[in-house]
Design a protein around this ligand. Structure first.
Ligand code: ARG
Length: 454
């Protein structure tokens, strides 16, 4: 690109600083697809001959194969993948190659490549989310009757089914998949034909290019088209959110795998030992996932910050969008794959979960609701049961062991049927409202997810 205007090549230092081919080469398939579509539009407009167009397409396909085979010589002196591919093409097919860049700039070219890349990665990420959901669903189905304490503030709160917890994760990952789908229409816009910023005096049929490349829409403002990286921000946000969800799941699994909880055990394949303490089995995969969430946020903040002060056009700062994007894609891909493989291998310590869920205090709210159903205002019932909890603690016993006689000392609404309250499965069966963890609801949910995931 320095030929003509410049008399000397850029010094090494500047070349190294400015090159992007070391990382943008991963866009090569999209760059080549874009160039073939562009060549077809140039031919249609009569700027190049049909013969040139064929040569360009054949040459680019050959280059694509060479790159895929790892035989292509990338030259950092040519700065980026666009120039590398264009130069290789001209070397290969001669003057037809030199005609390709008419009515195009690397500014609309790089925007095109990125959009094609993000579109592909969106569908791949959705597929990986679905694979993880399938693993979660199988686990839920396998332990459909397993009761565990539900927590708030990480304190035992009320009983739930383990499946209810897993189905909660299904909801979060489903939002992630839908969110990716929601941002697709804004990614799915063809920027090519915007030139450097102001289109071109060579008028191409952009709709044709869009159809060729599978875009649903064509950008409506050339300046915006080369400026816009909103779609990168949105996609990075979606990936950060997936990281957040995986991180929260990780945190629960880590806590549950401690000796103190003992609810689960990671399989050997997904645990690591300590270099010092022979007895240790560490939940490193979950910890790493929780830790990597930091870089997913960092990548999002990085692109937002890069964009905030940019004059509304292409600026070279935009080259900084790619490494953050690629890093988040790679990080989330790996994490989703690890989780989809790790979850089915979790050893679930059902006895520990059931024992913890048998804590009668988990049913204190049920006891208050028993009184409410007999006519007591809830606030009063809450206080009454609170007193009973205190009495039980002071007498070193549990709520379910207080005699009917003593219960009737605090309220005459207590009757023989109060013993029914202290049955965990009865309590769960009563939680029938939509979204609550009754066995029927859980069975229905599992069935619905199953239908959705096929
Ligand atoms: N490597 C550049 C990027 O990633 C490509 C566009 C360069 N355009 C330019 N006018 N220097 O953004």
């Amino acid at each position: 690109m320095r030929k003509g205007r410049f008399t000397s090549p850029a010094p090494d230092l500047a070349q190294r600083y400015g090159e992007s081919v070391s990382f943008d080469r991963r866009l090569y398939r999209y760059d080549i697809a874009g160039s073939i579509a562009h060549a077809a539009a140039l031919a249609k407009a009569g700027i190049i001959t049909a013969d040139d167009c064929e040569k360009i397409a054949a040459g680019l396909h050959a280059i694509e194969e060479e790159i895929a085979a790892g035989k292509f010589q990338w030259d950092p002196q040519l700065e980026d993948l666009h120039m590398n591919i264009e130069m290789a093409l001209t070397k290969r097919i001669g003057s037809a190659g030199a005609k390709l860049h008419a009515a195009r700039s690397r500014n609309d070219q790089v925007a095109l490549d990125l959009r094609l890349y993000v579109k592909t990665e969106i569908s791949e990420t959705i597929a990986r989310l679905r694979a993880l959901q399938t693993a979660l669903l199988d686990l839920a189905n396998h332990h459909v009757d397993l009761v565990m304490p539900g927590y708030t503030h990480l304190q035992r709160a009320q009983p739930i089914f383990f499946a209810h917890y897993l189905l909660a994760q299904m909801e979060a990952f489903d939002r992630d998949a839908n969110r990716l789908g929601d941002c697709t229409p804004r990614v799915d816009v063809l920027p090519l034909g915007s030139g450097a910023l102001a289109g071109s005096t060579i008028v191409l049929e952009r709709e044709l290019i869009a159809r060729h490349l599978g875009f649903s829409r064509v950008s409506q403002n050339s300046l915006d088209a080369v400026s816009d990286r909103d779609f990168v921000c949105e996609f990075l946000f979606c990936l950060a959110m997936i990281g957040l969800h995986l991180s929260r799941l990780s945190e629960d699994l880590i806590v549950w795998s401690t000796s103190e909880f003992g609810f689960i055990e990671f399989s050997d394949a997904f645990s690591t030992g300590s270099s010092l303490m022979p007895q240790k089995k560490n939940p490193d995969m979950a910890e790493l996932t929780r830790g990597k969430t930091g870089r997913l946020y960092g990548n999002l903040v990085s692109i937002l910050t890069t964009l905030k002060g940019l004059s509304f056009s292409y600026n070279r700062d935009l080259q900084e969008d790619k490494e953050a994007l690629f890093d988040s894609v790679d990080t989330v891909r790996a994490a989703l794959e690890v989780f989809a493989a790790m979850m089915p291998e979790l050893k679930i310590n059902t006895a520990r979960m059931e024992a913890a869920a048998a804590d009668p205090n988990l049913l204190a709210t049920d006891l208050a609701e028993y009184l409410v159903k007999k006519g007591m205002p809830f606030r009063e019932a809450h206080e009454t049961v609170g007193q009973l909890v205190r009495q039980a603690v002071e007498a070193n016993t549990t709520l379910n062991r207080i005699s009917l006689e003593n219960l009737r000392k605090v309220s005459l609404l207590f009757d023989v049927d109060v013993t029914n309250v202290f049955d965990v499965r009865r309590s769960l069966a009563a939680r029938r409202a939509t979204g609550a963890p009754s066995p029927e609801n859980i069975a229905t949910q599992i069935e619905e997810w199953r239908r959705k995931l096929v």
